[in-house]
Design a protein around this ligand. Structure first.
Ligand code: PEP
Ligand code: MG
Length: 316
């Protein structure tokens, strides 16, 4: 128990039997770095770059301004990993100069990668700024695209990354059920996956993430969501590529253990949750995580899934 308490306060994420699960921070910009460092994040698993664009939603920030912000984030983790998500405009993150004003259903409209493919100059400028920001640094830079629906989307993003000559791994977010179901096909085009469980839940249950009264259907313990996570993580495992989680689900210590059992390879969350997730993982073995994942998937509701996992992982 003393050991678990120690593990909770510092060190890399790992189960009691030494299975490594990197714990990364979700950040919106340089302002979130002190908390990430303070809580011992091993890197950044989701840098939401749209926050840079919110200052003035009438136009894109200059490339120099982008370079400056990206550089600060990259410099904070000289030996770590930083996963930068290219602009995710639209739906819950509208940008005046990019987001169509007259869409009947913005969450199902032109958003995320779809926006960038319609405005390739914005994507090119982001990738160029990232390449400049990473110059001379040893950080493991990774870039990923939001709202990838199919292999064609994944390929378009991969091509843009290669054309930009960026020295970074490129990946796809899995936040649409089609992407989770056919994750193996996406992995023919990209080097890693990252599950955005907030949107994945929204699209799986057709339940708007901004409508509080639908919270029951946004619950990340929903077994249908766990099935989709298992599908994506399994496909990545089969080809030896990584599949992290960067949605809110990763910040629930018990669920973090279940995600590990489902085959997820890293967990990214708001920095304040990191010590709790680190502490939980330190108390359980990988085999227990797998057993809890199986029990949760066998349940018929979110509440039952949680209870089943809790029973297996009684110390957490
Ligand atoms: C998600 O959808 O789970 C995610 C991580 O991205 P965002 O919350 O920024 O849409
Ligand atoms: Mg999302």
């Amino acid at each position: 128990e003393q050991q678990a308490a120690l593990a909770a306060s510092s060190g890399p994420g790992r189960t009691s039997d030494g299975f490594m699960v990197p714990l990364l921070a979700n950040v919106g910009g340089p302002g979130d770095l002190p908390a990430a460092l303070e809580h011992g994040a091993e890197g950044v698993g989701l840098f939401r770059t749209e926050f840079l664009f919110l200052d003035d939603s009438a136009k894109a920030p200059s490339e120099d301004k982008q370079v400056e912000a990206y550089r600060k984030v990259l410099e904070a983790f000289p030996d770590g990993r930083v996963v930068v998500r290219v602009l995710d405009a639209g739906a819950d993150k509208p940008l005046e100069f990019l987001t169509p004003a007259d869409e009947p259903n913005p969450a199902l409209g032109v958003r995320g990668l779809r926006t960038l493919l319609e405005h390739p100059e914005v994507l090119r400028s982001q990738l160029r700024a990232l390449a400049r920001a990473a110059e001379g640094l040893s950080v493991g830079l990774e870039v990923m695209a939001p709202m990838v629906a199919d292999r064609e989307d994944a390929r378009a993003f991969a091509v843009a990354c290669r054309e930009a000559g960026l020295d970074a791994k490129y990946g796809a977010m899995v936040e649409i059920p089609s992407a989770a179901l056919r994750a193996g096909s996406l992995l023919q085009e990209v080097e890693f996956l990252s599950l955005g469980t907030n949107d994945l839940a929204q699209y799986t249950f057709a339940a708007d993430r901004q409508v509080g009264s639908l919270a029951r259907l946004q619950d990340p313990w929903q077994p249908a969501l766990l099935d989709l996570i298992a599908s994506a993580a399994g496909a990545a495992q089969a080809v030896g590529k990584s599949c992290g989680v960067c949605g809110e689900a990763a910040s629930d210590p018990l669920l973090a253990c279940v995600l590990t059992g489902l085959g997820v390879t890293s967990l990214s969350m708001g920095a304040a949750a990191i010590p709790y997730v680190r502490g939980a993982l330190a108390q359980v073995s990988l085999a227990q995580c797998r057993q809890a994942a199986e029990a949760a998937r066998a349940a018929d509701s979110a509440a039952e899934a949680r209870a089943a996992a809790q029973q297996v992982l009684s110390g957490v």
